[in-house]
Design a binder for this molecule. Structure first.
Ligand code: ZN
Length: 201
C-alpha cells in the first residue's frame, strides 16, 4: 500500500509554499483530516495499522484518542482491532476523560492520533489514562512527521519528540518535510510568497 499516494489522492498532502504555525516555510503540508473524509479509505489505513500492531504481539483492550484530531483515526483503529474506542479532551492544559468514559486498572490502552508531530497531545492523553490506573501499551498514528521514531523506521527520534522511548510507536509512514526559516527559504528567494495552508487564497 502506497501511503503517500493515498494522502495525495485525498488532497491530504499539499504541495506549494506554506507558512507553518511555527513561522517556518515548507514546500509540503499534511492536511491530515482530509484522508479520513471517506470512511472506506480510513478503514484501509487503520486495517494496515492494526496489522502492524497485531504482528508486534501487542495486546490491547481499548484505543484512546486525544480529541479532536485523533477521534476519527482512533475510532477506525478500534474497529480494525475489534476493541472499544474512547477519547480524552483538553482541559486546563492537560487532557481528561469525560462523558462517562471509564478505564479499569491495568486496562491495556493504545493512544491513537491521526498524525504525530512531536507527540505532545498523545503524551498528555497517556498521562490522563495512566493517572486512572490503566496501562499505555503503545502509541499509534496514521502519519508520522518524523520527529518520533516509529517501529520499523530507520529515522531516529529528534530531541523534540515527547513520546516515551520505552513504549512502541506504530505509524504507517514518515512524512519528513524540509522546513525553512523565512530568511533562508529557497521558495521565497525565487519570489513566491508563503500561504497559510487551508486558506482560500
Ligand atoms: Zn518561503
Amino acid at each position: 500500500m502506497n501511503i503517500e499516494q493515498i494522502y495525495k489522492d485525498a488532497n491530504a498532502l499539499l504541495e506549494g509554499h506554506f507558512l507553518l504555525a511555527s513561522g517556518n516555510h515548507s514546500a509540503r503540508y499534511l492536511q491530515s483530516a482530509k484522508v479520513l473524509e471517506y470512511p472506506e479509505k480510513a478503514a484501509q489505513l487503520t486495517d494496515a495499522l492494526a496489522k502492524m500492531i497485531k504482528e508486534a504481539g501487542i495486546e490491547v483492550d481499548t484505543v484512546c484518542a486525544p480529541a479532536l484530531g485523533g477521534v476519527l483515526a482512533g475510532y477506525e483503529l478500534a474497529r480494525s482491532l475489534g476493541v472499544r474506542s474512547i477519547f480524552v479532551e483538553k482541559q486546563d492544559g492537560g487532557m481528561v476523560l469525560r462523558r462517562g468514559f471509564e478505564v479499569r486498572p491495568n486496562e491495556k490502552i493504545i493512544i491513537c492520533e491521526d498524525i504525530i508531530t512531536t507527540g505532545g497531545s498523545a503524551l498528555k492523553a497517556a498521562q490522563a489514562i495512566e493517572a486512572l490506573g490503566a496501562e499505555v501499551v503503545a502509541f499509534a498514528s496514521l502519519a508520522n512527521r518524523g520527529f518520533c521514531r516509529r517501529e520499523g523506521s530507520q529515522i531516529d527520534a529528534k530531541p523534540e519528540c515527547k513520546l516515551p522511548s520505552d513504549v512502541p510507536f506504530f505509524s504507517l509512514e514518515d512524512f519528513t518535510f524540509e522546513m525553512y526559516a523565512p530568511d533562508i527559504c529557497p521558495m521565497c528567494k525565487e519570489g513566491s510568497s508563503a500561504i497559510k495552508p487551508g486558506s482560500k487564497g
